[in-house]
Design a protein around this ligand. Structure first.
Ligand code: ADP
Ligand code: ADP
Length: 227
């Protein structure tokens, strides 16, 4: 479990991006942060993998303060997926996915075997292995991004608006795929979106944020109060 305990993030210019946020992110479920642009969703996600540090408060994973763990151990336990996939443009699809296993010291053949297996898992045609990112559609690139984040089999997946840049039909397919992957692999997924329909569709629990970085609601989709 990831426990966010009274976390506030104040940027150097004084902006309070997250204001006294407390909630427990359950294991092996999809927790969605939803809210308008600027309400602190990305800041929250970045604090979980220590790209930035809270100004106040603590984040604990299985009871341990993440600031007291080696940062590499923490990052290795988390895959990260962003909008527009953020793929390495000069590397083929298979090598994009194999990047993290290679960094972990796997030999090339084993890393590529793993990458091919993951292409299957996220519904990518194996014929795309040797293409470059610009030769793929937006939806296919997002699938590569998900496969790359899963490559080292981290228990946690952090996803920041991963499907926001693709058209609605492709997006629905990606959401279904993510639900299937979650079901099969039992990952702890923290998912950021500004789309309430997406949050309700994929969230096991939904954290509704409001402007100023405050938590308004935290509940399963069926129990969310509408205004
Ligand atoms: P969201 O992901 O919900 O759109 P963010 O976490 O990106 O929100 O931003 C929350 C608030 O913090 C916004 O007001 C944003 O402008 C501000 N902010 C984000 N990053 C910085 C930064 N590096 N310096 C100052 N303010 C920032
Ligand atoms: P390099 O060491 O520069 O990656 P290789 O000869 O191993 O050179 O591979 C050249 C390109 O062919 C790689 O970028 C990789 O994307 C692709 N490739 C090599 N082997 C495989 C494989 N078994 N399956 C899919 N693509 C491969």
């Amino acid at each position: 479990m990831i426990r966010i305990d009274s976390v506030t993030k104040r940027y150097p210019d004084g902006t309070v991006a997250v204001d006294r946020l407390s909630l427990d992110i359950p294991d092996r479920a999809i927790t969605v942060f939803v809210g308008p642009s600027g309400c602190g969703k990305t800041t929250t996600l970045r604090m979980i993998n220590r790209m930035i540090e809270p100004s106040e408060g603590t984040i604990l994973i299985d009871g341990k303060d993440i600031l007291k763990e080696p940062v590499n151990t923490l990052r290795r336990s988390m895959g990260y997926v962003i909008q527009n996939a953020g793929l390495f443009q000069h590397r083929t699809i298979i090598d994009n996915i194999a990047t993290v296993p290679r960094l972990l010291g796997w030999d090339k053949a084993r890393a590529r075997d793993r990458a091919r297996e993951l292409m299957g898992r996220v519904g990518l045609d194996p014929a795309l292995a040797k293409r470059y990112p610009y030769q793929l559609s937006g939806g296919q690139q997002q699938r590569v991004g998900v496969a790359r984040a899963l490559a080292a089999d981290p228990p946690v997946l952090l996803m920041d608006e991963p499907f926001s840049a693709v058209d609605p039909i492709v997006r629905k397919g990606l959401q279904d795929e993510l639900l299937r992957i979650q079901d099969e692999l039992g990952k702890t997924i923290v998912f950021v979106t500004h789309d309430i329909d997406e949050a309700v569709k994929i969230g096991t629990k939904v954290a509704v944020m409001r402007t100023g970085g405050r938590l308004a609601q935290f509940a399963p989709p069926a129990e969310l109060l509408t205004d």
